[in-house]
Design a protein around this ligand. Structure first.
Ligand code: SF4
Ligand code: SF4
Length: 126
């Protein structure tokens, strides 16, 4: 399975049911700034990104004006956590994520695409 040219047409590694899926290190937390309040939470003394409806709370989707397709978008892309930065597109880990989760992602897109009206640019995948 070859990697997509653009992560925005995939999003697989942003999906998980685990509440401890995206661990935040100290620098990751600082980078989030005020967004940490609604995007992150603690278990004990460890911080994680919140997961909502089976995906990271920072994941949004957008209907592209040029072709009408719905694509994923990381709302904190420039400040995404170390864990996300280290998962390189096309790496073995990336391939494993896509193999494991492609069906779930396709289902989420199919269900939510119908709710995204053309006039709405972005919304969270809830
Ligand atoms: S890094 Fe890989 S699994 Fe993650 S969104 Fe990009 S292509 Fe998909
Ligand atoms: S922070 Fe961005 S790249 Fe990382 S899991 Fe969340 S939506 Fe995906």
């Amino acid at each position: 399975m070859s990697a997509p040219a653009d992560c925005r047409s995939c999003g697989a590694c942003c999906f998980s049911e685990s509440p401890t899926y995206v661990r935040l290190l100290g620098d990751d937390w600082s980078a989030l700034g005020p967004d940490a309040e609604h995007l992150a939470w603690f278990i004990g003394n460890r911080a994680y990104l919140r997961m909502e409806s089976g995906h990271c709370a920072a994941l949004v989707w957008q209907r592209q004006p040029e072709d009408g397709e719905v694509r994923f978008h990381c709302s904190i892309y420039e400040r995404r956590p170390t864990l996300c930065r280290e998962l390189g597109r096309g790496s073995p880990e990336c391939e494993a994520e896509r193999e494991r989760k492609s069906e779930k992602v396709a289902q989420a897109l199919a269900i939510r695409s119908t709710r995204l009206l053309p006039g709405r640019i972005a919304q969270t995948l809830s």
